[in-house]
Design a protein around this ligand. Structure first.
Ligand code: DGP
Length: 113
């Protein structure tokens, strides 16, 4: 997608602090971290949010979750981590390319909302 920020990161047109890449997935550190570890995991195939995930293959979607697990291991998040995907305006999604926030590195609050 021409004007998509995360597609530009994928193409290397915008720099990022990359932590993981495979044929289906890219992961890089969030520019405004909310936790000691805050990584964004995106499918390389552009879809705007989880609501459009039917446009991904099962392999592409599963690759995101497998990547999260692998990154959490490499980032030493054995004490736990949280995975969030904001989907649409009620959830305050600001970048319309499906992404999973991987958050960890210190104790989080029990509830969100
Ligand atoms: P969301 O609000 O769920 O759509 O999250 C978008 C996230 O993307 C937000 O935590 C900040 C991050 N972000 C925005 N622009 C950039 C950028 O240029 N580089 C990186 N690494 N992260 C970005």
């Amino acid at each position: 997608m021409e004007n998509c920020l995360f597609c530009k990161i994928l193409k290397g047109e915008i720099p990022s602090d990359k932590v993981y890449e495979d044929e289906n997935v890219l992961a890089f550190r969030d520019i405004a971290p909310q936790m000691p570890t805050h990584i964004l995991v995106i499918p390389k195939q552009h879809v705007s949010s989880l609501a459009e995930a039917d446009q991904l293959t099962d392999a592409q979607l599963a690759a995101c979750l497998r990547a999260i697990r692998e990154i959490a291991r490499k980032e030493n998040l054995a004490e736990g981590y949280r995975v969030i995907t904001n989907c649409g305006p009620h959830a305050c999604q600001s970048v319309p390319h499906l992404h999973f926030h991987l958050l960890g590195g210190s104790q989080m609050a029990e509830r969100m909302g």
